[in-house]
Write a protein that binds this ligand. Sequence first.
Ligand code: PLP
Length: 466
Amino acid sequence: MREGARADTDEMDNDRGAGLDRAHALAVQWLDSLAARPVPPRLTSEEMAGRLERVLPAGPTNIAAVVDELAAACDPGLTAMPGGRFFGFVIGGTHPAALAVDWLVSAWDQNTGLRVLTPAHSAVEDLTEAWLLDLLGLPPGGAVGFVTGGTMANFTCLAAARDEVLRRHGWDVATQGLADSPGVRVLVGAERHDTIDLALRYLGLGSPEAVAADDQGRIEPAALAAALEAGDGRPTTVCLQAGNVHSGAFDPFAPCIAAAHDAGAWVHVDGAFGLFAAASPARRHLVAGFEDADSWATDAHKTLNVPYDCGLAIVRDRAALRAAMGMHGDYLIHDVAGEPLDKVPEISRRGRAFPVWAVLRALGRNGVADLVDGFCAHARAFADGIAAIDGAEVLNDVDFTQVCASFGGDDHTRGVVEAMLADGTAWTTGSRWRGRAVLRVSVSNWSTTDEDVAVSLDALRRAAAR
Ligand SMILES: *Cc1c(COP(=O)(O)O)cnc(C)c1O
């Protein structure tokens, strides 16, 4: 090797080491700051834009300096989402085991689509698939695709559903397309998550037919049975929900799945954050009968607390999933066990199974149950604390991780949401549910403590008393 080339390599190694050291130090600094820093960001995206160097430099910059520059510029625009007092949307935290392993995922940089390329990830993915099916009490022969999130998990499962119900009517979507097909009728609960509609749009299925829901947002089994009966004989898919984002409620799976299967329909369950109720013996009753469905979507980056982005597309019939997602190009090496890329829309992707394996390995079966039960206990504490505030009312049955509250009139409730943001102690979400303005609390972070809930309730009392 030329002397100059060796010197360049040495310099790069030093540069790399220094860059990684800086990233590690800054990551730890960030995590340590979460307990004390205000939860909301201090600057808007427009204000943040002014902190970044606008001119793309012509030449190289030392890696540690690049890392430092970004971290310094970004700090005021970061939200304390991984902290214990972020209760907005349904976000999930990052368990330290999953975070540590996620760093390795980037360093290892494995393209995990094919077994022959990355046997380590394939073996871990197979094992994690088996662990997840066992933990959730789902059919052991099912397939788990590791996708980017709940939206893509719904998309992936509903693609398998679309192709299979049409196949049963003698139509092959892969070769014949959709244009002249019998079409697919899709029945959903009135309070399904919007991403179901999005997935159906991506799949060329148009808008679904909404079936009435009860006061907790659960699909009405009698209304579903009537809708199925009024069917025109077209191929049908039914989408149920495990975990309503407002109430945390679960659809009544047993009667709905039985009616749907009697009608020859495929049943899909969107359990983006609620599916993991199945992993807790104390909450398992919430999902009773859900194991009879045909597919289930969930997020590992929500309740299971792995970093973004990781969703799980679970399908009972592996062949149906492979038929919908598999790629059969001649240059791809195909293993008899099936390729990981046959279960997901992507060809190239990162090693998403590694952090999922890590959190399951670190927590164990009981640890996952404790994680879920802890979220539920903190949601219960929020509900009790809110109910004791003058004029406040908890609008949902708090059986899971979500609390939906009104603080009197809609204007006052919206004012409480704004005052919470201005206060900065905790992040809660403003929303509308069943015709009323609501403040929503979602508990989904392993690091939330009793003290976090107590100081957040103090903030809510201050906001409500304004
Ligand atoms: C979050 C969520 C989704 C979408 O998941 P992403 O990971 O954000 O794509 C779908 N359904 C429900 C019920 C959700 O809570």
